[in-house]
Write a protein that binds this ligand. Structure first.
Ligand code: 13P
Length: 250
């Protein structure tokens, strides 16, 4: 059985004060509501505060990105070893905002994936199609290409130590959630694609849904066979709604 997982991607949000309040609220409510693996991914500069605040609550820490390089003249980058020093266990990679706003391509995401795993951290690999790609019937091709970039460089078994997040770009931050059936269709496609290469990897890998998941729609999405959890943006910024999603995940 795959353990459900709920990860909050706080994106470019928060001050030291608001982040302290948010993590205090989540920590206070978490043990009562969730048997899931719960991860929070603050901005880099908030990692130290959040690491201290989560203490032994069982909440895990993730980063929103990492460099493909270990050290050196790479201005503005953050290395995986630095993330480890602050207690990170997960790193979100290939988020559509990194791909579409900052031009990260499949090759760079694959290099980052290798760097993150080499450091003993777990990538949360994001894949997903744009609205025009869905409308052109290209969803599966787009998702397959994004996955193949990783499988062809790291090998399919590398996905045993990773999490996949299906995030249709048209559903992110728009309030337009994919229906449970639409999401399940793509999740099943991803798992079947992996099963052709390695049945055990396909069975084990957690596939999260992301895109306007909230307290109201989480239970229906999470009831689908191949949806193992959520990667939550907006609704992870309030302890109450995040905890409600954790509770829905089990
Ligand atoms: P929203 O939940 O705000 O749509 O964001 C989803 C997301 O991008 C999580 O990584």
């Amino acid at each position: 059985m795959r353990q459900p997982m709920v990860a909050g991607n706080w994106k470019l949000n928060g001050s030291r004060e608001s982040v302290a309040a948010l993590i205090a609220g989540i920590s206070a409510g978490i043990s009562a509501v969730s048997k899931s693996e719960v991860v929070v991914c603050p901005a880099f500069v908030h990692l130290a505060d959040v690491q201290q605040a989560i203490g032994d609550s069982g909440i895990k820490l993730g980063a929103q990105n990492a460099a493909d390089q270990e050290s050196g003249a790479f201005t503005g980058e953050i290395a995986t070893s630095m993330l480890q020093e602050f207690g990170c266990e997960y790193v979100i990679l290939g988020h559509s905002e990194r791909r579409n706003i900052y031009g990260e391509d499949d090759a760079l995401v694959a290099k980052k994936f290798a760097a993150v795993q080499a450091a003993g951290l777990k990538p949360i690999l994001c894949v997903g199609e744009l609205l025009e790609e869905r409308e052109a019937g290209a969803t599966e091709t787009v998702v397959a290409t994004q996955l193949d970039a990783i499988i062809n460089s790291a090998g399919v078994t590398a996905l045993t130590n990773a999490v996949i997040a299906y995030e249709p770009v048209w559903a992110i931050g728009t309030g337009k959630t994919a229906s449970p059936e639409q999401a399940q269709e793509v999740h099943a496609f991803i798992r079947q694609k992996l099963a052709v290469l390695d049945g055990s990897v396909a069975e084990k890998v957690q596939i999260l849904y992301g895109g306007s998941m909230n307290a109201g729609n989480a239970a229906d999405l999470l009831s689908m066979a191949d949806i193992d959890g959520g990667l939550i943006g907006g609704a992870s910024l309030q302890a109450e709604s995040f905890l409600a999603i954790c509770q829905a995940a089990g």
